[in-house]
Design a protein. Structure first.
Length: 318
């Protein structure tokens, strides 16, 4: 059977981040009321059950340039207190090549865990970005037991900082790839992620993102891998448009699939949930939800799921 056709998310429609007004999506005759203060949506984050991998996503909107930066410390404390095994950070906003070694994510996380694996992505191609601060970028962090199973790490082969990934290998040939992505969107002024990539690509970076990611997913799946793709998609993750695109690869958004109520906007000035964790059909989480803005640094809600270890590694870790 031939590979499914890679279609595009409709870039002609305004993204949820661009749309500051408009009616909220309705589902099951309910709509989200943003005037009601919520601490979480979905399942409440509780003590992690045994033999579970906890995956968390947040758009951090800049992790800071120093090893002891406030946001960096908040992530360290959050991962420790909530037993997070896989942390997916979006918009780290750092040109890692311009930092001193002690301030890189590799060095600053040395005292955090017994063992960790890290993959970062930032724009390697844009000659204009010669300062330490660079909009965009992602980081994928695995710790301790799950990190010990690392087979390989990497990032967007175009060097544009669009995604980073860590591949882990379990028994019975079980391969799982953790991917963190950031989809560029045409918004704001200055040296934005969109303008950085436009200078390099000379074409719409949003359309190119979906095209290139689709091709990459097909290659990963052809290798027999199961995928956990976390990101700020700058697109309503519950919309028919993105659901149709993801279904081509047997991917679904893991958190919203577990709950019937309408999810809240995940960006503090948005109208839709644009952050989500997508998994292939083999991934069936035990629990998942959103965390309100004060739980994690940044201007987005955090997203999390708990996945049985044997789904990721083919056996229960001891």
């Amino acid at each position: 059977m031939g590979a499914p056709e890679v279609i595009m998310c409709d870039a002609s429609k305004p993204s949820p981040r661009q749309s500051r007004e408009g009616s909220l999506r309705k589902q099951n005759n309910k709509s989200y009321n943003r005037d009601i203060a919520l601490d979480y949506w979905g399942h409440k984050l509780r003590k992690k059950k045994k033999n579970t991998t906890r995956v968390c996503l947040v758009n951090i909107n800049g992790i800071g340039m120093k090893s002891k930066s406030p946001k960096s410390e908040e992530i360290r404390i959050f991962m420790k207190e909530n037993e997070v095994d896989a942390m997916n950070l979006v918009e780290t906003n750092v040109n890692w090549s311009k930092l001193k070694a002690r301030d890189t994510l590799w060095d600053r996380t040395k005292p955090w865990f017994e063992h960790r694996t890290i993959a970062v992505a930032y724009n390697l191609k844009d000659g204009v970005s010669k300062t330490r601060k660079q909009q965009g970028g992602t980081a994928t962090v695995l710790k301790d037991k799950i990190a010990h199973k690392t087979k390989e790490t990497g990032f967007d082969k175009e060097g544009l900082g669009r995604w980073s990934w860590i591949k882990v290998m379990g028994r019975q040939g079980c391969i799982t790839r953790f991917v963190t992505v950031y989809c560029p969107v045409k918004t704001g002024t200055g040296n934005t992620v969109y303008t950085q990539q436009l200078r390099v690509l000379q074409e719409d970076p949003t359309k190119r993102f979906w095209k290139d990611l689709g091709k990459q997913i097909l290659k990963w799946k052809a290798n027999g891998e199961q995928l956990i793709i976390s990101g700020d998609w700058n697109e309503d993750v519950t919309s028919p448009n993105i659901k149709e695109w993801m279904s081509l690869f047997d991917l679904q958004e893991l958190v919203t699939a577990m709950h019937k109520d309408t999810p809240p906007p995940t960006f503090n000035r948005g109208t839709h949930p644009i952050d989500g964790i997508f998994g292939t059909k083999e991934i069936d989480p035990r629990a998942g939800g959103y965390l309100a803005f004060d739980h994690l640094p940044g201007d987005h809600w955090g997203v999390w799921v708990d996945i049985p270890n044997d789904q990721i590694l083919g056996y229960k870790m001891q």
